[in-house]
Design a protein around this ligand. Structure first.
Ligand code: COA
Length: 158
């Protein structure tokens, strides 16, 4: 298994993988729309030889500026529970920190994302269109994070 930034050659193969992972079209369409609107900031794939087996992306929040949204995260159904999702989340989170982003929010199971440094409590006082109990954040720049406007505005595709 090899994890690397996604390249344009991967793009056509990503929505089918995402749809296979989730068992429906919605998240595959989300990826396509985020790409069409130029909202994707970071994107990683996992491959096994030539086969695409995992994918994750982060898009830019409209507000607060300097913050990202991690979603969706997908691992092919035949390859789940082998550490691929964890490797993808760690790789993209490290890249976000290295690039100097303030924080990355995630909408998902806190039990899963907690192990990668995403915490529910610091995200609690942000207004969000989604459920608070599934909104977690990984903070890279604490002082900057403290001064952000407390409203999450996601890209239109969400
Ligand atoms: C969720 C997903 C990305 C995890 O990837 P993965 O490669 O299977 O996960 P890993 O092998 O890295 O991690 C396995 C761990 O995650 C847990 N896990 C897997 N899927 C989970 C889920 N949907 N919710 C909570 N925990 C989950 C497992 O219990 C396991 O925990 P353990 O190490 O304590 O036993 C993958 O199962 C998937 O693509 N699912 C369908 C799409 C989806 O739900 N995406 C996430 C939406 S935010």
């Amino acid at each position: 298994m090899f994890v690397r930034p996604a390249s344009p050659r991967d793009y056509p193969r990503i929505p089918p993988l995402v749809e296979a992972a989730f068992g429906r079209h919605d998240e595959g369409l989300l990826v396509q729309e985020l790409r069409e609107h130029g909202d994707i900031a970071l994107e990683y794939v996992a491959t096994d030889r030539e086969e695409l087996i995992g994918h994750v992306l982060m898009s830019r929040l409209l507000s607060p500026k300097g913050c990202l949204a991690l979603a969706p995260l997908s691992v092919h159904p035949d390859r789940q529970r082998k550490g691929i999702g964890s490797t993808l989340v760690r790789a993209i989170t490290e890249a976000a920190e290295e690039q100097g982003w303030t924080a990355a929010f995630v909408l998902g199971n806190p039990h899963y994302y907690g192990r990668f440094g995403y915490e529910v409590e610091p995200a609690d006082d942000f207004d969000t269109p989604f459920a608070h109990e599934f909104t977690a954040v990984c903070v890279f720049d604490e002082p900057e994070f403290g001064s952000l406007p407390r409203e999450l505005i996601y890209p239109r595709a969400f």
